[in-house]
Every structure is written in structure tokens, then in C-alpha cells.
Design a protein around this ligand. Sequence first.
Ligand SMILES: NC(=O)c1ccc[n+]([C@@H]2O[C@H](COP(=O)([O-])OP(=O)(O)OC[C@H]3O[C@@H](n4cnc5c(N)ncnc54)[C@H](O)[C@@H]3O)[C@@H](O)[C@H]2O)c1
Ligand SMILES: O=C(O)[C@H](O)CO
Length: 325
Amino acid sequence: MKKQVVLYKKLSPLLMARLHEQAEVTLIENLDAEGLGKLRDALPRAQGLLGASLKLNAELLDLAPNLQAIASVSVGVDNYDIDYLTQRHILLSNTPDVLTETTADTGFALILATARRVVELANMIREGKWTRNIGPTHFGSDVHGKTLGIIGMGRIGEALAQRGHFGFGMPVIYHSQSPKPAVEQRFNAHYRSLPELLQQADFVCLTLPLTAETEGLIGAEQFALMRPETIFINISRGKVVDETALIEALRAGQIRAAGLDVFEREPLNQDSPLLQLNNVVATPHIGSATHETREAMARCAVDNLLAALAGERPVNLVNVGAWRG
Ligand SMILES: NC(=O)c1ccc[n+]([C@@H]2O[C@H](COP(=O)([O-])OP(=O)(O)OC[C@H]3O[C@@H](n4cnc5c(N)ncnc54)[C@H](O)[C@@H]3O)[C@@H](O)[C@H]2O)c1
Ligand SMILES: O=C(O)[C@H](O)CO
């Protein structure tokens, strides 16, 4: 008998066809109030779930007594109660690797856009304010040769280091859970304590996951260690940063600019003070959002889900403790 799969993210026709071949599929197209109601109705029969951007807590999961596997179309797994899933032997998988390069591209786009004031000055032209040659008040700062500081030297951190070191001749310093000799050798990178990195980096870039340990990692005390020339980039998760402290640091000139792809609350409220600041470049969580990469992520999630439902260990199993094979 075909397994019951609930999708809360629409997939390409090719992937939908593949899933339909092997499973009975219920598709929830939108996670608005109506969609959430439909999801609740579908959960009691669900054996597999596939989607992203939904906090799947114990209250929702308790509606799904038959659930065997969840395939998240994301590398970040902060939306899931992993201990609870493991306790219930529900296999959680994610989509690492396939989005690494694209997310690092986004990080570098934010580095360049903030340093060279791309959005602010492009808007100036649109607003008809380019009336004479620009002078020092509109100058940006160099990226090449500046010190790139990476917090969380994992897959995306390494891809950022690669761009900085080989492409822009940037000295690389990093802070992570432990030093990584292979990375140091490849990018001539140097390990720093968190306070040292915050003091020394021209670009402080967050590429670490949101966990109980990293929530609120960067707050007023950490911004106070940065310099007025520091540019702060966050492509990890909004909650790693105390957003009120970030706004204060930007307003007070404690740091020069911020490039932000992620926020404490998403979508970002239109009234957010961040959107009033010219030295903020804000993008709507687009780290992995290219046609190619989103399709690769969806394919990876489908592979993981079908493997799990067939009794096989998914390649990207997150909670290995849930595996009984
Ligand atoms: N903006 C986006 O659209 C987007 C896209 C992809 C990933 N992300 C985020 O980026 C994160 C990283 O992805 P990845 O594939 O590089 O993961 P990864 O696991 O390869 O790398 C994370 C690194 O952070 C380090 N780390 C963890 N906790 C730490 C701590 N307390 N202090 C210092 N370092 C710590 C780990 O040791 C690891 O090296 C994801 O978890 C996700 O939240 C965002
Ligand atoms: O974690 C991820 O994969 C990205 O943030 C997309 O959600």
C-alpha cells in the first residue's frame, strides 16, 4: 500500500510526479490560517511530511500518531523539536551541501552591497538625486584586502572563506566550536576567540546554526567590541542576534553597516527600524533562493523522504538516535 505523504510546500511538476508514483500525496499550498487548518486535518493520517518554514512543535506532532519521517527542505533544523522527534523515532532529514555555494554567494552579495553602498546609491539615482559627481559623503569602503571574520566555520562558512581568500585577497579569521586545521591551511585562516574576532574583523559574518547555545549570541556586549568600520553580515538565523541591540549599534555608529538576510521575526515587519536605516541592506531570507538550488533542495528532500518511508536510512538523517535499522 502507498504511504501517506503530506506536503506543505509545492514542488516542481517533475518531483510531484515522482512522489505521486510512490505515495498518496496531500498538498497544502499555503501555510495561511486555512492551510494550517488543512494541515491539522491531514496530520492524523500522515506517515511522511515534507516542507519548510513551519515550526513543527510537539502540539502539532501529537496530531500525527503515524508519522515516520519528516523531510525538511532546508539545512537549518531550528524549526523542529529534535529530542521529541527522536523519542518518537521519527526520522528528520535536511538538505545540506546543495545550497552551500548559493548561500555563500548571498553572503558575498551582502558584503559587497553594504561596503559599496549599492542599494542606497542605486536608490539615490532612482529618486532623481544624482545631480552632480558624487564625493566622499557617498564613498564606500574596500572589500578586497579587508579582514573577513566568520563565526561558524561549517559548510557555508568555508564557502565564504573560499570567496574571500581566493577572490578578494582577504585575510580570514574565524571562530567556531573548535579549530579546523584543514581550513586554516586551505585559506590561510586563523582561529580567534569570539571577542578577538569581533575586535579584529572588518566584516563579521554569521554562518552558524540557531541552537539553544547560539540564540542571542550577538548582543549589546558583542556590538560594543566591534569598531565603527565593522560591517555586520547575518545569513544564519535572526535569533542568533539581539535585533534591538543591533539597531542601537547601527544608530549609535558603533558599527558601519549591516547586511541581513534573516530576522528575529519573518517576514520582517514593515515598521522595523532596520528599514529606516540607509546603512542596512535587508533581503527577505533569500540565502538559497535560486531556481537551481531550490530545485536541488526539493529533490534532496524527496530522496530523503522516500528512502525513510521505504525503511532505508536517509542520506541526510539529522537525528541519528531515531534510527532503528
Ligand atoms: N539565509 C539562508 O537562507 C540560509 C541558507 C542556508 C543555511 N542557513 C543557516 O546557516 C546555518 C549553517 O549552515 P551550514 O550548512 O554551514 O551548517 P554547518 O553545520 O556545516 O556549519 C555550522 C558551523 O557552525 C558551528 N557552530 C555551531 N554552534 C556554534 C557555536 N555555539 N559557536 C561557534 N560555532 C558554532 C559548527 O561547528 C559548524 O562548523 C544553517 O543552520 C542555517 O541556519 C541560512
Ligand atoms: O536553512 C536553510 O536551508 C535556509 O535558511 C532556507 O530555509
